[in-house]
Design a protein around this ligand. Sequence first.
Ligand code: GLA
Length: 384
Amino acid sequence: MTDVKQKALAAFEEKFGVKADFLSYAPGRVNLIGEHTDYNDGFVMPCAIKFGTAIAARFNGSDKMRVLAVDVNGDYDEFTVTADMQKHESKTWSNYLRGVTKLICERGCKVEGMDVAICGDVPLGAGLSSSASLEVSFGNLLSQACDLNIDLQDIALIGQAAEAYIGCKCGIMDQTISACGQEGCAMRLDCRTLEKQHVKVPQGLEVLIVNSNVKHALVGGEYNERRAQCEEAARVLGVKALRDATMEMLDAKRAELDDVTYRRARHVITEDDRVLAAVKAFESGDLAKLAELMYASHCSMRDDFEITIPEIDGLVEIIRKAIGENAAVRMTGGGFGGSVVAVVEPAKIPAITAAIDAEYEKISGRKATIIETYAAAGAHFTKL
Ligand code: GLA
């Protein structure tokens, strides 16, 4: 059993004085390619990671959730189970749970009160979807413990709606991979139809994450602003979403778009093409092609979508130099800090580590954290 699961169970017993009856778990994710394409009805290729959120729980016979957040300094919150849920004015972590509870109640489901202890090890603000893993783990707990039979894709949609309840109009990528990921595989997800294809991580390649340790925050204006710019571009092009547009269509309307909106749309349209090509390159283990596509994705995020920061751009260049040929590396996640992802031959990792140790602090004034991960399984639940 992983550390966070054990910690959640032990903390539960210590706080509530009995053993938990349920254990729920959902992983964080790293996105290999396809950034800011999900809310444009496009394509993404994330994989679940070895970090996640564990929740130990037991019915308490009341209509209240009593929740301990082990890794938010043992913070605690209590709220009544109702569709008429109010947000907590300061405990953001609890609002994810309040949101998920509210949305499940709104479906007419009967949710019973529970005592809950939560413990996660997804680094916060690293662009690795700690919040999605919390929403999915908690949603699946309520569904399974209360026999609600909500399928995992619906749990993901509930998690996404909980983000909107809190203030981030995010897409469906993070929650879907957290809920439905398969061990050893990345996922090609069509964010319009929600059709999934599990794509094996090729033999001899590994997923490496480097956290810049510059924290990013999604509950903020920049993300929603990018989304609004994409929707404006789609409106001018006369399409439902940028998924339906081509570069020819965009260029034909260039005069009607300001430069920023044009470049935002160019990122999304070209990124969708890169995802589809990257799935093929990944499937066949074509590292040279994957490297070309991932770096093109990075440049597009840097120059057109403008969501990278100097520390992240620097990290990408340090890693590219260290790997030499076939450097499949790019920023991952929402942007404005967070992490870089690379698909690498394990033999290259010592050189990458040495280069980061030697150079990253000089450009950023801080140390980076290097995380080797495997492609983990999605959410699971156990009745103890
Ligand atoms: C965040 C959002 C996702 C997605 C990414 C960017 O992780 O939650 O829905 O939009 O940013 O690709």
